[in-house]
Write a protein that binds this ligand. Structure first.
Ligand SMILES: [Zn+2]
Length: 140
């Protein structure tokens, strides 16, 4: 099982963007380094949710392609994606599980159910089941 390390600045970037996108879900990619079981997020990509929906998201394929190019150019690794749940808990929905095609990715979900206390969890999703990955938010 992977462990995710994410610094507070990136956490803030994700949270602020997700709040700005309310009531829609926000989404993007995370990239960084992987050493053993530890995935350190060094860069976050904020991408367009083509669905403009409060209940699901589709990452713009064109923006995703650009982001992946940028990740490679920076010598980083694509670690996974993230999206927000404006009004539901931080765990994968049935659709999130159905659409999680890559078991090597970490799926981060930010819940804004309590606007004063956003909750970020990371999940491994494989064969229709999910497991929580340990996540640590570090101070810069
Ligand atoms: Zn979701």
């Amino acid at each position: 099982m992977k462990r995710i390390s994410i610094n507070s600045e990136i956490f803030r970037t994700i949270t602020e963007h997700a709040m700005n996108e309310l009531p829609d879900e926000a989404c993007g990619l995370i990239a960084g380094k992987e050493e053993g079981d530890v995935r350190t997020v060094e860069k976050v990509y904020i991408l367009t949710n083509l669905d403009h929906s409060s209940e699901h998201f589709s990452i713009s394929p064109q923006e995703q392609l650009e982001a992946v190019k940028d990740i490679r150019a920076n010598g980083l690794k694509l670690l996974g994606n993230w999206h927000s749940h404006p009004a539901s808990p931080s765990r994968p929905s049935a659709e999130d599980i159905r659409l999680a095609f890559d078991k090597n990715m970490s799926y981060l979900i930010l819940s804004l159910m309590d606007k004063n206390k956003p909750v970020l969890n990371s999940f491994h999703i494989e064969n229709g089941a999910f497991a929580r990955e340990e996540i640590e938010i570090t101070e810069e």
